[in-house]
Design a binder for this molecule. Sequence first.
Ligand code: BEZ
Length: 259
Amino acid sequence: MRGRNDHLRSQSWNPERYAKNAAFVPELGRPVVELLAPRPGERILDLGCGDGVLTKRLANAGATVVGVDASPEQVAAARQLGLDARVMDGAELEFESEFDAVFSNAALHWMHCPRTVIDNVWRALKAGGRFVGEMGGEGNVEAIRSALADALARRGIDGDALFPWYFPAPAEYRQSLEEAGFDVCSMRLVARPTALPTGIDGWLETFAESFLSALPEDGRPAFLDEVRARLEPRLKDADGGWTADYVRLRFAARKVGEG
Ligand code: BEZ
C-alpha cells in the first residue's frame, strides 16, 4: 500500500547518473564554500554530502570533514574519494556540540522536516559554530515545476501532491533559524540560471522521479515529450542549449543561546 508521503521516497540516487547529468551542482558550489571560509583544523559536517565532490574541497582546505547523506549509494561514492562519509538523514542527525561548522549545498530542499533538521544542526554545533548553506529558494525551477504539473493535470494527476522539494522564502527560513537559536548573519535569494550539460532530459531523468513515479512505465516517454515541448520556448536557446531557472537561497547563521 502506498502512503501519503511515498513520493518523497521515490527519488533514488545513482552516482554515475548524477556525475553525468549533475556535475554542475558541486561545480557551482563555490560561492557557498567562500561564505563558509573553511579553516585548517576546523571540524565541519557536510549535511547532504552527495557523492562527496564538494566535501573533498572542504577537506582539501585543511578541515576535518564528516559527510552525511541519506543515500547509501552516494555515501559509497563519497567514501571512494577517501572521505569519512556516513549514511544519515538530516532529520536524524546524531551529533552533539562537536562541529565548528555545518555546511550544506543543494541538499536541504530535499529534507522534509526543515525545523527538525535546523534543531539537529543547532545541536551538532559547538557554541558559536556556523551553519552555512545554499538550497533551492522560493521560485526555484518554477518553469519546470509548472510544466510537470500541467502535463500531469492533463492525465488527471495532482502534480502539486507529488512536489518533492522545500523551497522557502528568505523570511520563512530566517524565522525558523532564529526560533531555533541562530543569529542569522546573511540570507539572500539569488537567481542563478543554470546551464544543463545534458539538457532537460538529463535533468528530468536525474531529479524528477517523484513525478514520473505517478505514471505507468509505458506512459512516461510521451509525458517527457510533452514536458520538453512545454519548456522549449522558455528554457532552450537558439543553439539547442538548455538553461534551468534556478533560484538559490544562500545563508550564514551562528549558534547563539538555547533553542
Ligand atoms: C536545486 O539544486 O535547486 C534542485 C536540484 C534538483 C531538483 C530541484 C532543485
